[in-house]
Ligand binder design. Structure first.
Ligand SMILES: [Zn+2]
Length: 105
């Protein structure tokens, strides 16, 4: 189990605790149909908030991945194979397999 899995499980447990706390508080304070409604009224926005935060995190990661050029190298710089002149951004030329390349703008 790595650190991010542990963090994920911890945050899941925290959220289960929050939901459980809301459920207990609602059933203590209110009669059944109302406590149920309050529970839903509290949990639905929380789920939406979590989903949005999660998507934002994923989207942000993807965005910064592409902004930095990701696996294709920084944007604005092209690499040309010295051997055959193919434009590519890989370690080895996809055309001839040569690892020799020069940068050009
Ligand atoms: Zn080549």
């Amino acid at each position: 189990m790595n650190d991010s899995t542990k963090r994920f499980l911890t945050s899941q447990l925290v959220w289960i605790g929050i939901y459980f706390g809301i459920a207990v508080a609602a059933s203590f304070l209110l009669q059944f149909p109302y406590s149920f409604l309050v529970l839903f009224a509290a949990i639905i926005p929380l789920s939406l908030y979590r989903r949005r935060r999660y998507l934002k995190k994923m989207g942000g990661g993807e965005d910064s991945f592409f902004r930095s050029g990701g696996m294709f190298g920084p944007k604005g710089i092209d690499y040309y194979c010295i051997n055959c002149g193919t434009k590519h951004h890989q370690i080895a030329c996809p055309n001839c397999g040569s690892k020799m390349k020069k940068a050009g703008f």
